[in-house]
Design a protein around this ligand. Structure first.
Ligand code: GLP
Length: 249
C-alpha cells in the first residue's frame, strides 16, 4: 500500500498539490477529478501558487468535480462548482469547456449522470482522481451501503452537511436537498487515485478504510483493491494505523 504521511498542514497540502502538478507536467492532456471540502481547498490553492511560479501548461487539462450538491444554485458558495471555480479553476485560468461538473439542478438527473460519465470517457477516462474521505467512510456522495458496482447517481447527503447547507441557503425543509456523484465503479475505473485525509476526526475511519474488511459499510475500503491508489495523510489522521506494516501490504 502506498501511504505518505505529512508532518504539517503545509507539507500535506504541498505533497498533494505536487502530485497534481506532476500529473499535468507528465501528461498535459490529463483528465483530473477533484473533490471539495475542508481537506482539499488549501491543496487547490497550493496548485495555483506552484502554477504562478512554474507556469506549466494547463490548456489541455480537463478538470472535473467528483460530486455536486443538488437543489441549490451552483453559484452558492457551498456548491462544488463554485468551490472548485474559486479554489483552482479561475486561478489556473482553465477554460470553461475543460471544466466538467454535474448539475446542481436538473429535470432528469439520470440523463445528466450518463452524459457526465460519457463526457469523461470521451476525453479518455480519468487519469488522476483526488478523493476526500467522509467521517463515515463516504467517497463523494456514496454513503455507506452504496453498491460497489454503482455508477453516477443522485444520493443522500449526511444530515450534518444537509443541515449546514439548508441554513446557509435558507432552504425550507420541504425543498429536497441531496447530492449527485460519480459511483464507486466510476471511481475504481480511474487509472490513478490519491485519497487525502487529515485531522484527528479522520483517524478512526482511516483505520477502518485501510485495516478493516472491504465492505459497502465503509465505501472507502474498496480502495484497498485499487491497483494504483496512494493515501496522503497527516500524522493525526494516521495516528491509529501501523504505517510500516501497511506499507508492506
Ligand atoms: C463531502 C464531499 C466529499 C468530500 C468529503 C470530505 O461530503 N461530498 O466529496 O470528500 O465531504 O470533506 P472534508 O474534507 O470537509 O472532511
Amino acid at each position: 500500500m502506498k501511504i505518505s504521511i505529512a508532518d504539517s498542514r503545509e507539507q500535506f497540502d504541498d505533497t498533494a498539490a505536487r502530485r497534481i502538478v506532476d500529473q499535468i507536467c507528465h501528461r498535459p492532456d490529463s483528465v483530473i477529478g477533484l473533490s471539495t471540502g475542508r481537506t482539499t481547498g488549501n491543496i487547490h490553492r497550493r496548485v495555483c501558487e506552484i502554477h504562478s511560479s512554474l507556469d506549466f501548461d494547463v490548456s489541455r487539462v480537463t478538470f472535473f468535480g467528483l460530486d455536486e450538491v443538488t437543489g441549490v444554485d451552483r453559484e452558492y458558495a457551498g456548491a462544488c462548482y463554485k468551490m472548485l471555480l474559486t479554489e483552482i479553476i479561475e486561478g489556473l485560468g482553465v477554460k470553461m469547456e475543460n471544466f466538467l461538473m454535474l448539475p446542481t439542478r436538473s429535470d432528469d438527473f439520470d440523463a445528466a449522470c450518463r452524459d457526465f460519465v460519457s463526457a469523461i470517457d470521451n476525453r479518455g477516462g480519468i487519469d488522476l482522481l483526488i478523493l476526500g474521505l467522509g467521517e463515515n467512510g463516504h467517497l463523494g456522495f456514496n454513503q455507506p451501503g452504496s453498491p460497489f458496482n454503482g455508477t453516477a447517481c443522485t444520493s443522500l447527503m449526511d444530515s450534518r452537511l444537509e443541515e449546514r447547507i439548508r441554513r446557509e441557503t435558507a432552504t425550507p425543509d420541504d425543498v429536497p436537498l441531496g447530492g449527485v456523484t460519480l459511483g464507486i465503479r466510476d471511481i475504481m475505473h480511474a487509472r490513478r487515485i490519491i485519497l487525502v485525509a487529515n485531522g484527528d476526526n479522520k483517524s478512526d475511519i482511516v483505520r477502518e478504510m485501510l485495516c478493516g474488511p472491504v465492505t459497502t459499510d465503509v465505501p472507502a475500503s474498496i480502495l484497498q483493491l485499487h491497483p494504483d491508489c496512494e493515501f496522503i495523510l497527516d500524522s493525526k489522521a494516521a495516528s491509529r494505523i501501523d504505517v510500516k506494516q501497511l506499507r508492506n501490504c
